[in-house]
Design a protein around this ligand. Structure first.
Ligand SMILES: [Zn+2]
Length: 135
């Protein structure tokens, strides 16, 4: 069941620099189930940068269906999707939150940064919320 995984691909680097720009600290390629692209331990969150074609991004132009070797591709895609579900369940059961960034979302850096900043609210904001809750 070994799989060759592209490391440090373009979209992955874009996501990393977006996270870095938000002042977030993270690790890459930690030995967790599914080998998440980025791990933010402090947020108990992992980030996967998914290729739209391989991971079948719904309603995405890049997740087109090849016209030849249809059965081969169908089996391949089903296996990928099944693996994603398995990995997601495994990580969730370990207490990790999962953020998926689709490759097509890395083409617009401003939008990417905006949506990532919602996933990781600024720390001072988080503290204020926390204080309000406990007081
Ligand atoms: Zn997509």
């Amino acid at each position: 069941m070994s799989r060759i995984k592209a490391r440090d691909t373009g979209p992955e680097l874009i996501v990393r620099s977006a996270l870095h720009g938000l002042g977030l600290r993270f690790r890459v390629h930690t030995p967790l189930p599914g080998h998440p692209d980025v791990t933010l331990r402090k947020w108990t969150t992992v980030v996967f940068v998914h290729g739209c074609f391989w991971h079948r991004h719904l309603k995405c132009q890049y997740a087109y269906k090849p016209k030849s070797r249809v059965a081969f591709w169908r089996a391949k895609f089903q296996a990928n999707i099944a693996r994603d579900v398995f990995v997601r369940q495994k990580l969730t059961s370990l207490g990790w939150r999962i953020v998926v960034v689709w490759e097509c979302q890395t083409k617009d850096l401003n939008r990417l940064v905006a949506s990532l900043s919602k996933q990781f609210p600024r720390e001072h904001a988080a503290k204020q919320i926390h204080c309000r809750t406990i007081s």
